[in-house]
Ligand binder design. Structure first.
Ligand code: GAR
Length: 196
């Protein structure tokens, strides 16, 4: 059985989709939900499901990113995970942290990478006049929102979409894509999955 730690910064809907998928014959189980924000709504939701949680507030570390990451890594390593899933974790990670979990850290990003790395992905897709949008699960490497793509899901962009309506449509696909990719990854399958 593979052990999974999930890192969040907010509401944690992707975290819940992952957690709720890891039952029955699933090859993995959640062992930790950690956040850089002690107020993250997802922490309460994980607690309610009986999953160990941890908060490492990034703010007291100010500009000392390495010290923040050392504290976070200590928390993660205490849970002994095989796989680390970033699920709406909104801190940029240094190469040192990424190296520590090389080959076993996944991220979900709300765009069809390599398009729209970084923030405001839906507004940028609308501005560009794209007719489709989507989300990507990829292995985390030192470059932001880069790394081998493990899966993508596509949705249509509608003429009356706002960034909000498009984000909501993409998010429902995130909740399908991430659990599907995690299951395959936990089985050692790194081939690409495409959902439409
Ligand atoms: C999701 O849309 C996720 O793809 C995005 O944040 C949201 C978190 O929602 N992640 C990023 O933008 C990472 N750069 P959630 O907390 O409800 O899962």
């Amino acid at each position: 059985m593979k052990r999974v730690a999930i890192l969040i910064s907010g509401g944690g809907s992707n975290m819940l989709a992952l957690v709720d998928s890891m039952t029955g014959d699933h090859p993995a189980r959640p062992v930790l939900v950690a956040s850089n924000d002690p107020q993250a709504g997802g922490l309460r939701k994980a607690e309610a499901r009986g999953i160990p949680t941890a908060a490492v507030d990034h703010r007291p570390f100010d500009t000392d990113r390495a010290a923040f990451e050392a504290a976070l890594a200590e928390c993660i390593d205490a849970a002994g995970p095989d796989i680390i899933c970033l699920a709406g974790f909104m801190r940029i990670l240094t190469p040192g942290f990424i190296d520590r979990y090389a080959g076993r850290m996944l991220n979900i990003h709300p765009s069809l990478l390599p398009k729209y790395r970084g923030l405001h992905t839906h507004a940028r897709a609308l501005e560009a006049g794209d007719t489709e949008a989507g989300c990507t699960v990829h292995e985390v490497t030192a470059e932001l929102d880069d790394g081998p793509i493990l899966g993508q899901a596509r949705v249509p962009v509608r003429p009356d979409d706002t960034a909000g309506t498009l984000a909501a449509r993409v998010l429902t696909m995130e909740h399908r894509l991430y659990p599907a990719v995690l299951r395959r990854f936990a089985q050692g399958d790194r081939s690409r999955l495409d959902l439409a």
